[in-house]
Each structure stands twice: as C-alpha cells, then as structure tokens.
Ligand binder design. Sequence first.
Ligand code: URA
Ligand code: ZN
Length: 392
Amino acid sequence: MSAQRLLVDIHTHVYLPRYAAFLRSRTSVPRIFTRTSPESGKPEERLLILDDEPSGGRPIGAQYWDRDEKLKFMDRHAIDVSVVSSANPWLDFLPAQTAHTLAGELNHDLETYCSTGPSLQQNLKRLYGFGLLPLVPGATTESLVSTVEQIASLPHLKGIIMGTRGVGKGLDDEALDPVWAALEKAGLVVFLHPHYGVDKNAWGEKENGHVLPLALGFPFETTIATTRLILSGVLDRYPNLRVLLAHSGGALPQLSSRLASCIAHDPLVASRLKHDARYYLGKLYFDAVAYGSEELGFVSDAIGRAEKYANAGASAAVSSAKGTDGTEKRRAGAKRMLFGTDHPFFPPLSATEKWKSVVENLEAIDGVYGWDEAEKGAVRGGNALALFNLGA
Ligand code: URA
Ligand code: ZN
C-alpha cells in the first residue's frame, strides 16, 4: 500500500502488564480494583485514576494491556500503524527513585511490545511507542536526562508522553530546561497529555459522571499547560523541540488571539517572547481527536496563519494576516494535525462493530471544508510517518 494512504493512530494508550499489576497492588487512587458487577453479579475490574471521580471508576479489561486486543482494534478500524503511549497518570504519583526504576522497566517493556509485534511492510512495524520519563517532584536532572537517553536508544520508541506537572511546578519550570534540551537533541516528540483537569469546584454539585472532567477539564488543562510553556519562552529557547498536543490543543486555538492581545497589553510580558503568541501554534503539532469537522477546520486555520505572526508585534501582524486566502491557511495547518483515537478509552456503551469515537474522528477528517485528498491523507497518516520518521 502506498505510504500516503496509511492510517496511523498517534493517540492510543496502553497500561503495560507491569503497570496494570502495579495499579492492582495499590489501595489508594490510582488503582485497579475488583468488584461484583451490579448487572451480572460476576467479579469485574474497575479503573480509578482521577481525583474525585465517581467511586465506581470506569470499566477496564484486556483491551488496556493485551497487545492482541490492540491489534484486533486496529484491524477492525483499518488502522495500519499505532504509536502507543502509556495512559495517565503515568508515574506522576510515585517517589522519585521508584519512578526512575519503573520508567526504565516500562520503556523496555514498550520497546519489546513494539519490536516483537507484526510488521506492515519492510522497514515499517505496526506498533511504535512513546516512552515515559520519571517526571515527579524530587527527580534529578541526571535521572531525567539519562531516561531520555535510554528512550532514544530504543529503536521503536519515537517520543515521550508527559503530563502537565513537570517535576511539581508545571512545564514553565526552568528545572526542565535540560530535559527540553535533551529531548530536542534526541529528536524525540513530546506528547503532552492531560490528567488533572481543573479545580473540581467548577463542576458544581450535580452528578454528571465523567463528562465535565473529560470533555472540559482535560482540554483546559492542556490549554493552560501549553500557554505556560509558550509564556516561559521554551519554544524560543528550543526551536526544534517537537510538541504534540492532545485533543487538538484544547481551547488554545480558539483563545490564541486573545492570548496574543493580553500579552501585548501586559508590561511585564509584552517584550518577553520573540514572536506574537499566535506564531507558536505553527511550531506545535495537534492531534485530530476533536470529533468534528468544523473543529478540525478551525484548528487548521489557527495553525495555518501562524507564520504571519513571526517576529511580529500584534498590530503589524493583524494587517498582514488579513489578505491571506482562507483555504490556503487551512491546508497549510493540516500539515501539523494527526489522526488519533484515544483507544481504549471511550469504548461504545453497547456492542458495535466499529467504535463511535473512531468513526467520528475519521468522518471529521473526511468532512473538513477546504481540505483536499492530499490534506486528508496527510492527517490520516502521512504527517505521522514524517513526524516520527517511520518507514523511511
Ligand atoms: N480518560 C483518561 O483518563 N485518559 C484518556 O486518555 C482519555 C480518557
Ligand atoms: Zn488520551
């Protein structure tokens, strides 16, 4: 099959068997526990990972750890290649030494998961991975950088997945500079993924299941973390760092002009960055896990206009951006968007051949106004092959 036609899933998770066993051994969140199913009366495992989530947690089963289940899911949805990442909360809750040791072991486990899996064609496996760093309070620079180097030495690991806390003070912490430098040097893609959401008081007192934390809390968390990354100048200091944002960057595309305006009007920050805030959207990568064509089209517009804001103060930029043809920007933005599923989260509530969460994301790509087949093919897989240098 032509490489341009491949379907590549870059947002797909696993709890490796070693990690799942660890969660089973725990008595506090995050944990996997067994209960008697209220429906069937039989024992069933449940996943409890979010603070303040309903006490029954969420269903969990073999699709979270069994590679054959991942491959069956891929086959069922015609996904050729998956770049698999550990699911949240990673190692965030562990003491530094435990996190370091477990990161090393899980990175090896994921390399084996990928390397001993099937191939699609010569030079192209069906499974690649994002490794884990021991990003916890108290982590030493040496521990973090040596784990970056370990991941870089594992041929099927093409990046790392990280949450938003860094080593306790978020991603705008200067203590992370050696980590960004090492990641940039190694050419590893940083997949930035939420876990914590926002202050639970925002959700009120009504019971709405997981809807508010997952639909809003997760993307707002990513929005804030990425904005702080931009404001701290990390993308200026490490211009070749490649950061991939979960859930299409949350609300960042929608809020990026407001962000630029707030920066331009704040004497403390106005001259801090090399570029207008909107420029940095064109330095980032965005998954296409947004479930709607209009949202994908909008995100690609916001990415595609970014170049106009290079080295520009806000007012100069606005005028130069005005004349740009709309679909041209939209097509340019599509180069930085990549198909994903979020598997095995969001399983269908009743048995269906294909998962609604997958079908909706594929239909969304297919329906974006102004994207031709070239852009759609790129978002489905071509961009991922290029970003992760797969099948070369
Ligand atoms: N819920 C999670 O906890 N993580 C995901 O990645 C998706 C949904
Ligand atoms: Zn996810």
